[in-house]
Design a protein around this ligand. Sequence first.
Ligand SMILES: C[S@@+](CC[C@H](N)C(=O)[O-])C[C@H]1O[C@@H](n2cnc3c(N)ncnc32)[C@H](O)[C@@H]1O
Length: 266
Amino acid sequence: MYTIIFSLLCGGVFIDCKEVIANYWNFRSSTYANGVNGFDEEERTVWKQIFEKSLAPGKSLKVLDVGTGTGFLALLFAEIGHEVTGIDLSEGMLEKAKHNADNMGLKIDLFHGDAENLPFEDCSFDLVVNKYLLWTLQEPACAVREWKRVLKPEGMIFSIDGNWFDPRPDRHIKRMLSELAERFAKKNQYNLIFKKSYDPIRNSLPLYEKISPENISILFSETGLVNTAINPLPGVQKFQRNRHSLSQRLLKNNSIFLISGQKKQE
Ligand SMILES: C[S@@+](CC[C@H](N)C(=O)[O-])C[C@H]1O[C@@H](n2cnc3c(N)ncnc32)[C@H](O)[C@@H]1O
């Protein structure tokens, strides 16, 4: 129902935003690499250090990775010893996640579904994580409410994102130059398909251009999460910059951050 109403609002033309998003990520699933080099061990170590620092050692948690994609975070948490469930809108991405789990000899439970309407019972998880998801949601506030619903009291949410489409003029120009450089070097043919998919729906995605640590933190507080904290991730940023080409290094300057919040004790 909500999908249809939102679809109708996409410029007055009938566009099913979720279908567009699922189709784009199905297409992208054949080439999508997390970070710079896919499941690069060094990159995985950088991420693992972040989570090992923030979680009590030796305790196995029930973790939900929302918008799991090819399973990067889900498999990282499974490797650290947690019991992990991943959910995604794209069946193509889920197939990749399953393939990656089999290759790594790890077990995760995978579900096809919507971050804004989760098929899980209340109070089922200790930790809900998501990486690079909030910017592409139609109803981020509804999603965070759902994540809080499925969390046990005192459970945590970790949202990781970056300011990918910062509309400030200097960032916009840098992005355009970076895209041109990549197109010239024939490095990124996905940009065109990305634009074709997302340009007609971007106005229906409230955080598309507005994703920032502050806005996520406000969203968390408005949803009733407590102990919200903004954590910049300079280690991840440094690692990714070192792996980028010179033109990307000069022109791309996204900040990557983790916002955490906790469900109150009832
Ligand atoms: C940029 S990718 C990130 C994937 C993964 N979290 C990672 O960091 O590698 C965004 C993912 O979110 C998924 N997605 C988008 N909208 C969604 C929704 N409403 N519910 C569940 N997944 C969604 C896409 O299918 C895609 O796999």
